[in-house]
Design a protein around this ligand. Structure first.
Ligand code: B12
Ligand code: SF4
Length: 548
């Protein structure tokens, strides 16, 4: 590839696509598809109990931290703010990061760059690049498929193989629950660590795996547990975080790396908490003790379907595994696919009930969706089953099928999906209640554990359970009685257990803070019913910067 003529003197703008996001518009924003993880695809039926938060655009943050050219990062701009940035400064390169649903915005942003900053070279990266024929659909100079740090370094004439510097990233911002805005401080929010991109398991529907090479392939930024430990220690001293969100598609799959990390954590007496994504077959490579000592406190696991043939599930009894993980204080987010090939109107409710019977702390449901770049997309396309004329903005697994299913119609796909979310909420209660259950189980099992690092972690969590969370239980018990009386009684029983464990402090918390939370929860429910939505703030960060 030819490098940019100015090399590292080129002025670079890296940007995410423009908002507002939680509304229907001609550029592909959708009210159904806000810039939020839990509200979007996990707790969306839980009303004011839904966990609401925003995550920064980590891909471009990683690129910015690894180039020495003067660079501006614009996260969540409005269209007007993007235009202003293009005209207020001279940019040689404008890099736009996007996923497929936001194709319409990328197209518009390329048009705006040509009009407002005609000297700029336009580079488009991220998952949108998996769209077949994108070159002919937008006016860009480079479309980058796969890993972007090495591409950008190469384009600027830098050493593409140099070690990857990890920026200090606070994993979430604007967190909100039960109508209360929680602080963004790093000591209460995890730091994001990105050890790798891609996943070698190569499940046929998986876009992240496909985008970084598919089956057997992935891209490690940090190969060893030692490297990872150093990165995490550095970020701990920068941000003060003791909790880390490991943004790696299958963190536990790389056992030697994880076990070396554990050794280093033990040597340095680190009482860290780790939130990870992992497949059932990878989790099974560890004993519960190893997971707990490694600090695994939150785990995102694909359950998909009891009849699916995915390698990652082979031989795993996911019901038992989930129960066991929760008994050891590990919160589980289960993920289930709705509308697999074998689903029919007759068996789908049973499969959803089965998924829900796992009683995970959180449950994500997604429609089976062929997305460009994946083996599944190719297969469905060759079978002539892809539906034509569906806007890219609506192909994301939270609306309706984008293909002809043998037994389920498009409209029914949405009905089953919505029902799955609702049924999980109705049968298992709010996720906040479920995490309190898991925390208490973990505390009881590990409060006297010989390893002080582990005890310290559970003690940290317990401070929250004995106070704020207990007040939340008090509120949920009252609010949930209208939805499911039996679950409301279970919430009450849990609150009593917490109060037995933590005594007067927790009783005071529920009596004093509980009524306040009841008020904020009801107020939030009214706001949501009136159409209230949330948008992330625009963030501008400049590096190696001097005004031109
Ligand atoms: C965090 C995240 C989010 C955040 C978004 C935060 C944000 N600021 O955009 C939230 C939770 C809001 C979110 C929402 C959604 N997401 Co999302 N999300 C992710 C997740 C988990 C991590 C992304 C990440 O940071 N990865 C780590 C970084 C380092 O990797 P990366 O972003 O791919 O970047 C690398 C390259 O792609 C490239 N690159 C990226 N940008 C650029 C730009 C340039 C110029 C260049 C050269 C290179 C480049 O370089 C980077 C380093 O190698 C991914 C899954 C995953 N593991 O990646 C899904 C993922 C990106 N999301 C996805 C989807 C479908 C969605 C939703 C539509 C889900 C839904 N239906 O509810 C919504 C859309 C919301 C919206 N309105 O836009 C899909 C995208 C599929 C596709 N093919 O487009 C993914 C891949 C998940 C999946 N496997 O299906 N998401
Ligand atoms: S295990 Fe998960 S991340 Fe890996 S390919 Fe399968 S679905 Fe994708």
């Amino acid at each position: 590839m030819a490098t940019h003529p100015k090399g590292t003197r080129a002025r670079v703008l890296l940007t995410s696509v423009f908002g507002p996001y939680a509304q229907d518009d001609e550029f592909g924003s959708r009210a159904l598809n806000p810039m939020e993880l839990y509200q979007n695809q996990v707790t969306r039926a839980q009303g004011p109990f839904s966990l609401r938060m925003f995550h920064r655009s980590w891909g471009i943050m990683m690129i910015q931290a690894n180039i020495s050219a003067p660079c501006t990062l614009l996260d969540f701009p409005t269209r007007e703010r993007f235009a202003r940035e293009l005209t207020a400064h001279h940019y040689d390169i404008v890099g736009i990061s996007s996923i497929i649903v936001n194709f319409g915005k990328v197209k518009e942003m390329c048009r705006m760059v040509r009009e407002l900053s005609p000297q700029s070279t336009i580079v488009v990266g991220g998952h949108v690049a998996a769209l077949p024929g994108l070159e002919n659909m937008i006016d860009a100079d480079h479309i980058v498929r796969g890993e972007g740090i090495s591409w950008m370094r190469c384009y600027l004439g830098e050493d593409e193989g140099a070690p990857v510097h990890h920026p200090a990233i606070v994993s979430a911002m604007g967190t909100r629950m039960m109508g209360v805005r929680l602080p963004d401080s790093p000591d209460s929010t995890a730091a994001t660590i990105i050890p790798s991109v891609g996943c070698p398991m190569g499940c046929n529907f998986c876009t992240t795996s496909a985008f970084f090479g598919g089956k057997g392939k992935f891209f490690n930024f940090y190969e060893t547990g030692d490297e990872l430990f150093d990165v995490m220690s550095g970020i701990e001293s920068q941000l003060g975080s003791t909790s880390f969100f490991m943004m790696d598609e299958n963190f536990l799959l790389h056992r030697p790396r994880a076990m070396r990390l554990l050794e280093r954590m033990k040597e340095a007496k680190k009482s860290w908490a780790l939130s990870v994504f992992a497949s059932a077959n990878a989790i099974r490579k560890y004993t519960m003790q190893e997971l707990v000592e490694l600090g695994i406190s939150w785990l995102w696991m694909g359950l998909e379907s009891p009849r699916s043939q995915y390698t990652k599930l082979q031989g795993a009894d996911t019901l038992q595994l989930t129960r066991e993980l929760r008994e050891h204080g590990i919160r589980v987010l289960g993920s289930t696919i709705v509308g697999l090939e074998h689903h029919t109107p007759d068996n789908i409710a049973g499969e959803i009930e089965y998924a829900i019977s796992h009683g995970t702390d959180f449950h994500q449901f997604m429609l089976y969706t062929p997305v460009p770049g994946t083996p599944l997309y190719q297969e469905i396309k060759e079978q002539g089953r892809l539906l034509e004329n569906i806007d890219w903005a609506d192909i994301h697994g939270q609306d309706k099928f984008n293909f002809r299913h043998a037994a389920i119609s498009r409209d029914d796909s949405k009905r089953f999906l919505d029902w799955a979310f609702w049924r999980d909420f109705e049968r298992n209660g709010p996720s906040v209640y479920r995490i309190c259950q898991t925390m208490l189980q973990g505390w009881r099992r590990y409060k006297d554990y010989p390893d002080a690092r582990v005890r310290e972690r559970f003690h940290r969590e317990m401070k929250k359970l004995g106070t704020g969370y207990n007040a939340a239980l008090w509120t949920m018990e009252r609010e949930f009685a209208r939805i499911n009386r039996e679950v409301s009684q279970q919430i009450r029983a849990l609150r009593r257990e917490v109060e037995k464990e933590f005594g007067v402090v927790s009783r005071l918390a529920s009596n004093l803070i509980g009524p306040v939370l009841l008020y904020t929860t009801r107020r939030e429910a009214r706001r949501l019913a009136a159409g209230k939505t949330y948008e992330p703030p625009t963030i501008v960060e400049r590096s190696n910067w001097a005004e031109a």
